[in-house]
Design a protein around this ligand. Structure first.
Ligand SMILES: [Zn+2]
Length: 175
């Protein structure tokens, strides 16, 4: 899958579905799902200037992530779809005079996956995002088939709706 390295707190805000624009100096023609890689940071600190509107939307997520022991760094934390790439998008997250990558359908992974970041859009091999139906409640969940774990691939997911743990035997890929 394609991956994009993004600095915190932006990476988390995108994975949580709060920030719907990624601002880049370069335009992309890519459309589809990308992995959100939270860049590693030496200081593990960040300083950003939020507008009041942005702060209102982000505050609870940032507070929660900080309470749970800081933002994730150096890991793939979720995925999002790139649906367009424009300039002067009306979103409160869009910056002027750069390209606004328009994002939709963010997914936050239950377990972040360690990975080294790269520049530009890069390819991350080793796992696949699929949709499965929870055998207990029928909820359609976006999950990862992780082939990076040795010696076994891991197929495990906790249903977001009913909380049941779905193991490989109950793994019914629908998409
Ligand atoms: Zn369920």
């Amino acid at each position: 899958m394609k991956a994009l390295s993004i600095k915190q707190p932006w990476a988390s805000l995108i994975a949580h579905g709060i920030k719907d624009i990624e601002n880049r100096t370069w335009r992309t023609n890519y459309r589809g799902c990308i992995l959100i890689h939270a860049s590693a940071s030496y200081s593990k600190n960040f300083k950003v200037d939020f507008t009041d509107e942005q702060m209102k939307l982000s505050y609870s997520t940032i507070a929660k992530e900080c309470m749970l022991g800081n933002f994730p760094f150096g890991t793939i934390i979720g995925s999002v779809e790139v649906v367009d790439c424009v300039q002067n998008h009306p979103s409160i997250w869009a910056e002027k005079e750069v390209w606004n990558w328009v994002l939709a359908n963010a997914v936050l992974y239950q377990t972040p996956i360690l990975a080294k970041g790269k520049l530009s859009l890069w390819e991350f091999e080793g796992f696949k995002e699929v949709k499965i139906k929870c055998p207990q409640c029928g909820s359609v969940e976006t999950v990862l088939e992780n082939h990076l774990t040795e010696p076994f691939s891991s197929y495990i997911h906790t249903c977001c709706k009913c909380g049941c743990v779905i193991m490989e035997t109950g793994w019914n890929v629908i998409e």
